[in-house]
Structure formats: C-alpha cells, structure tokens
Design a protein. Structure first.
Length: 497
C-alpha cells in the first residue's frame, strides 16, 4: 500500500473518531439533557437532582474509563445549553464528579521533573495483567528490562481508583493527565501524588544513565521548547584515576566536586545559587576535555555541550539554559574562539552598508554580557545543582569579567607532561609501576614540553622492538627529537635585549 494511501486512511479514521465523539455528545444532548432542561430553566432544583441521579447511576454501574468518558460527554452536552453557557466555572464543575490534573513536560519554560518521575512510575507498573510492554537490554546488565507501554494506566491507592493517560497535544506538548473522583481530592493531591513522584524519582536514581546533550541550531527548534537539545548515552571511559596530572591537584579538584555535590544545605545557608564554575586552561592535548568526562563520571552528572556559535542571540542562550536539568555539567569548550569577548562590537567602517552590519550582528549576537547573565544573573538561579565548565587554550585572551572568582570559582591549569603524569600514563598504557628507562624519560620530560596526549600516543606505538621496552625507547626517541628541534629553533630566533 502506498504511503499516501495509508496517510489518507489514518486521516479518515481520525475524522470518524471525532465525528462519533461529537455525535455521541449530540445524542446525549437530544435524549437526556434537552428533554430534562429544555432551553428555559424554571424548576431547576428537581432537574439538577435528576441529573445527579444519572451521574450517580453511571458511577456505580459502569467500569472505570468508560464511565469517565460518558460522564465527560454528558458534561460537555450540559455546557452547551444556553442557560449553562452563562454559568461560572464553579457551577459547571458541580456537575462533573471528576477532576483532572495535567503534568506537562515543560511548564512555564522549565523542565517539569514531576512529568519524568510520573512517566517512570507508570512505566514501572508491570504485572501479568498488562497487555503492552517494551523490553530493552541496558548496558552492563544481564537481564532484560521491561517497561509498561500503555497510553492509559489504571492505578489504585488505598482503595482509591485513579486513571492516568500519557498524551501528546497537536502542538507536540507531552503530558501525563490524571483523572480522579473529587471525593478523593485530599488523598490524591497529598499522599498519592507524593508517593508517585517519590517512587518515580527513586527508580530514575537507580537506573540513572549519564547523558551527553548537544544544542540543536535554533532553526530546528519546534514549538514549546522541544528539540532544543539532542542527547546520546555518555560512555566515556575517563576517570580521575586515569587522569595524568599532579596527584595533589587531582585530590583537590575531586574533593571540591564532591563537596559541591553534597553541598545543598551549605548553599542554602549562605544564600547562593547551588552552582559552581570551573575554568580549564592549558595547551591542546593536555586533558581538558578528558577532565570534563572524568568529572561527569565521578559525579554521575549529564553533560550539556553548549556550542555557542550555533546560538543566534542571548534570548536563545537563556532558553537553552532553562531547558537543562539539574545534576548537570554545562560545558563551553574553547570559550575564546566561540565568542566575541571584547564586549561591545567594534564600530564598523563607514563604507560598510547597514545590511552588512545587520548580517554581521545576527551572525554572532551572543554577547559577553549575555554570557555573564547566563553565569550568575537571575537566570542561572533558576536552576540548581549545575556545574559550568569553560575550556580555553589561551587564558590571557579571556575578559577578566568572565573569569573572576565567583563566576569561575576554580581555575585549573592542565599542562605539559611531567614525571608524576608520566607515571600515571605508563601505568594506564603499559601497566608499569617502574622500569630502568623511567629515569631517562623523566629527565627528558623536564627538559622538553610534550603534552600528555603525545606521550600517550608514543606509548601506544610498537616501534621495532616489541613489548614495553619498544614503547619506552620509542618515547625516548620522540623526546630527543623534540629537544633537538627546540634547540635548533632557539638558535635561529633572534634575541632582543
Ligand atoms: N592529562 C591527561 N591524562 C590522561 N590522558 C590525557 C591527558 N591529556 C591528554 N590525554 C590523552 O590525550 C587525548 C587528548 O586529550 P584532550 O582531548 O583531553 O585534550 P584537550 O586539552 O581537550 O585538547 P584541546 O585543547 O585540543 O581540546 C585524550 O584522548 C587522552 O587520551
Ligand atoms: Mg578539548
């Protein structure tokens, strides 16, 4: 069957469904509501009593979802009567014994954690009576994981029946809708929903996977803040154990991070937003990106890799920030290359046309002040438990306002490979704690500037001789080469006095 035919059939089915719903409302209107009330209300009391009798009968004898659907239709029919059109919401609500609560995925521009907790809770309602399930194999686990895959879930709590629906509006807004009898208002809005959210959160915590998010270009954003970020599962193997750097510095960074993670009370006490900024600087190949991965693995936080060059203006930057979840690391790599850090744009030459200036502005309209707002303005206080990481190869190029303490709380320098870093790399790559060639290598490392990335590359090469000796000798050759190149360069360079 061709695709267009399938689409036509689906449209037809949808139209029929809509029609049948409308027809049913009309049938109820003609057969029950109009004969009872007519268009003119005179003896309202006895008529309301009659209607309540019908509603109560439905409540007793019809099964769950069907009962709600018919009552909803009846309610809709009543609302169409001229008399009731003039009534306030309060009067109308009196005729519907059911209440509904909607939990939208994005509520007032912010991610709604209740939505994800509820979805997780509903997915976990698995038993032998369930018709639709979905199965998956999670990495690192032996057994399959089953989740409920129904749009409608009936639940029961302390004898109270509740009906959940997982919906998506035509505008693409995802939501969970809960329907319950008004007489159970206290139980549902209190202990029941608390139970659902807590249960959902604890399941999420147990199954938590670290994710890597990337921002989509705004031209791909749809309505209602959807599709701002794309994500994949984060599976980088880097840890602080494998980071080649000064052990003391490493210890300091790790305890700073863990202190931050457990610092909710402390941040509340001092009245500061629960966030922390780290600036990683150093030459290419010294482990800045590797450290971000190690941070995410240590904290079990997801990474939001923010590509500033694909953001058109400060407003988009705010939207992206608001759509991030807590327990996350927001990363801007090579901050000096992503942004015009001089703040105000330079005045353009006279001969440059207005159109050209406009085009230029649009191209790079995220400004330094926008970014500063993003870091510590009102907007950043909207989200808690977030880490910000900036990386740069050129610390000197950054505006002081951007890197002052309080914005970037900790400056971490990653540098060329020295003795302590080499020992960690030798352990990682060759499983060596010591070797007669270590002394020679360590002296050469002090005399040269080789990055950990280059040392690691050399340790992986099996140059001629096999085994660890071959790798270490290869590294020595590379270091000697680097040293002699350095001397040659020095000789050529003129000296200024
Ligand atoms: N300090 C380090 N400890 C362990 N491995 C490192 C370290 N530095 C570099 N490496 C290795 O070198 C590779 C490149 O490092 P990485 O991408 O982290 O460097 P970078 O500082 O982010 O460089 P750039 O400035 O070019 O982005 C990594 O895959 C890692 O294997
Ligand atoms: Mg990098």
């Amino acid at each position: 069957m061709s695709q267009t035919k399938v689409r036509k059939d689906q449209k037809l089915l949808l139209l029929q469904k809509k029609r049948s719903k409308r027809n049913l409302t009309e049938i109820l209107m003609e057969s029950i509501v109009k004969p009872m009330f007519g268009d003119n209300i005179t003896t309202i009391g006895s008529k309301i009593a009659g209607l309540l009798f019908i509603i109560e009968t439905l409540r007793r004898y019809l099964p769950g979802q069907l009962k709600i659907t018919i009552q909803e239709l009846l309610f809709n029919a009543i609302q169409r009567l001229p008399f009731f059109k003039k009534c306030s919401d309060k009067t109308l609500v009196f005729f519907s014994p059911y209440a509904q609560i909607r939990f939208r995925e994005i509520e007032e521009y912010r991610y709604n954690y209740a939505y994800s907790a509820i979805k997780t809770y509903l997915g976990a309602q698995v038993n032998s009576q369930v018709k639709n399930l979905k199965g998956s194999l999670v990495k690192g686990r032996k057994s399959l994981d089953f989740k409920r895959d129904d749009d409608k879930v009936e639940d029961e709590y302390e004898g109270v029946k509740l009906w959940w629906e997982v919906l998506k509006s035509t505008a693409g807004v995802k939501m969970c809708r809960l329907t319950f009898h008004r007489s159970n208002w206290e139980v549902v809005t209190g202990p029941y929903l608390r139970h659902v959210v807590e249960e959902g959160k604890s399941i999420e915590e147990k199954k938590k996977k670290v994710k890597l998010f990337m921002n989509n270009p705004s031209s791909n954003w749809k309505m209602q803040m959807k599709n701002l970020w794309s994500s994949i599962e984060f599976e980088h193997p880097a840890t602080f154990d494998t980071m080649a750097m000064d052990p003391e510095k490493k210890e300091e960074i790790m305890s700073d991070l863990l202190g931050f993670r457990d610092g909710e009370e402390y941040y509340k006490k001092i009245g500061k937003a629960w966030k922390r900024g780290y600036l990683l600087h150093g030459p290419p190949g010294t482990g800045k990106s590797t450290m971000i991965a190690a941070m995410a693995n240590l904290m079990s936080y997801s990474i939001y890799d923010l590509e500033l060059t694909s953001i058109e203006n400060n407003w988009e930057l705010k939207k992206l920030l608001l759509a991030t979840t807590s327990k996350s690391i927001i990363v801007i790599e090579d901050i000096d290359c992503s942004l015009d850090l001089t703040g105000e744009r330079e005045v353009k030459e006279d001969h440059q046309s207005n159109a050209e200036i406009k085009k230029e502005k649009k191209k790079n309209a995220v400004t330094l002040s926008g970014l500063l707002n993003f870091i510590d303005g009102i907007w950043s206080a909207c989200g808690q438990e977030r880490i910000l990481v900036f990386t740069t190869n050129h610390l000197g190029k950054l505006d002081q306002a951007l890197i002052r303490r309080g914005r970037m709380d900790m400056h971490i320098e990653l540098s060329y490979c020295r003795s302590y870093a080499f020992k960690i790399l030798a352990k990682n790559y060759l499983n060596l704690d010591s070797h007669p060639l270590f002394d020679e290598i360590e002296i050469l490392l002090e005399e040269t500037c080789m990055t950990p990335a280059d040392v690691a590359e050399n340790l992986m090469v099996k140059d001629g001789e096999s085994g660890v000796d071959g790798s270490l000798k290869g590294l020595i050759r590379a270091l000697e080469q680097l040293k002699s190149n350095h001397h040659k360069k020095k000789k050529v360079e003129p000296t200024f006095k």
